[in-house]
Design a protein around this ligand. Structure first.
Ligand SMILES: N[C@@H](CCC(=O)N[C@@H](CS)C(=O)NCC(=O)O)C(=O)O
Length: 212
């Protein structure tokens, strides 16, 4: 099967490249520079009508139509299920991983992205918007720090897609004016996950891409 990843040097994109590397799957890389608004090119909108990355296309090469997937969480779950990787089978363990995956997908990522907007990207930075965005990030970092005080990985005892979903956003902690080293348990987790060769390879994709 041939797989093509569409994305840029962004946290949601790197969730997918890290997972592809963790699964040991070969993939082609199609860079979509979101600062140049390439996500709105007709050929990208044809794959994802939302005009966002990441996108993963799987060509079955047996006559069946390609599987075109967007939403990083859906892509992580698809790869976990089809590759039997980073998602426990046992229902209780799986439910726990899912809960922390949802925290990464619905809180850590969006809140950090909003904080980046109100502290850096926005032409105007009203104090009330900045404070609101930073408080939401502070709350989720407190949650992660507390969790990692009692278990080695977000999903529990084992490394899972919850960690894959969270890592690229924690790597952008500075977007929310945070320092990972100020939360020791999160810092320990960040170093452990960041030492994985697959994580390092995935975080380096697309090669040469920069989010400027
Ligand atoms: N919920 C989506 C969010 C995707 C998303 O917001 N991607 C950003 C890059 S990290 C993007 O494409 N931004 C450009 C835009 O929104 O136009 C996911 O998890 O895949």
């Amino acid at each position: 099967m041939q797989r093509t990843f569409y994305g840029w040097a962004t946290p949601n994109s790197n969730r997918v490249t890290v997972m592809l590397e963790e699964c040991g799957l070969p993939y082609a890389v199609h860079g979509v520079n979101i600062r140049r608004r390439e996500q709105f090119a007709p050929e990208i909108l044809a794959l994802n009508p939302y005009g966002k990355v990441p996108i993963l296309v799987e060509d079955a090469q047996d006559g069946t139509p390609p599987l075109v997937l967007f939403e990083s969480g859906a892509i992580l779950l698809h790869l976990a299920q089809t590759q039997g990787a980073l998602l426990p089978e046992e229902p209780r363990a799986r439910a726990e991983v899912m809960a922390w995956l949802m925290v990464a997908l619905t809180s850590l990522g969006p809140y950090t992205g909003q904080a980046h907007h109100w502290t850096d990207l926005a032409p105007e930075k009203p104090a009330v918007a900045r404070a609101h965005a930073l408080a939401l990030v502070d709350r989720v970092y407190g949650l992660l720090e507390g969790r990692l005080a009692s278990v080695p990985y977000l999903g529990g005892d084992g490394y899972s897609i919850a960690d894959v979903a969270a890592y690229p956003w924690v790597a952008r902690a500075s977007w929310a004016e945070r320092r990972v080293e100020d939360t020791p348990n999160l810092a320990r987790w960040f170093a452990t996950v960041g030492a994985r060769p697959a994580v390092q390879r995935g975080m380096a994709q697309p090669q040469g891409a920069r989010l400027e």
